[in-house]
Design a protein around this ligand. Sequence first.
Ligand SMILES: [Zn+2]
Length: 287
Amino acid sequence: MTDRLKTLFIFVDGLGMGAADPETNPLCDPQLPNLGKLLANAVPLDACLGVEGLPQSATGQAALFTGMNAPKAMTRHIEGFPPARLKEIIRHENIFSKLRKRNQRCSFANSYWIDDATNIPPRQQSVTTVMTLSALGGVLGKTELLAGKAVNHDITRWTMHTRGYDGELIRPEQAARHLLDLAEENNFTLFEYFLTDRAGHSGEHELISQTLETLERFIPQVAAFAQQPNHLFLLCSDHGNIEDGSTRTHTLNPVPLIALGTHAPTFQSLENLTEVTPAILNCYAQA
Ligand SMILES: [Zn+2]
């Protein structure tokens, strides 16, 4: 498998490209030099997709991971978890199912702290959960997390003590190692981080800076994935939020697309969220 393309895709919820003003944009913090450098070279993608109102998670993520204009298909931006009709769209075609058809091994790296990894209540299914259950049959669970073969959504496991986890916290660098190992075993690996959106909605400065500090330590480590031959690193979001400290809502800002390594130039000309999945598939057509 060494000659086949390997991609590591980090999805960061609620991360837009805001003003270069440290007064309003917490991403301009000089304490975040690595993250800042990566974002400075990101391609701005439109997340509004021609539909009025603030872009939202369910339709934005569906657009990102299916390549369809989901807000247009649903006639509005839909927040949170996808409703039944949008779930159908996501199940029908998504990045995992499309890559599986091309015989590419896919993994959703997030661990779920549950006993039955094939059975998640429909009301708790996010876009990535829907597409993972549908295309990959199940999500990663407790066993994989404890073996260092999956990553908790919060990276360091700090939110897990309320859920019955009595293990230790791990450093962002360790979580990055786990993710890099997993990504080596697959052709396409996705990790989702959504505390950026939560922190943005909270408006709490302390939580926002803790969240971004974790990313400052985690993202550069996982971006090093791209330094090997035939390896592609991608990072993208579904809509803005945390980059504008003057509001606790989502924003109309473009979202950053970071592409590093093999095929990275292909991504420089993209303009909106619906173009990401087709561009990725195109890389595998050439691989
Ligand atoms: Zn979102």
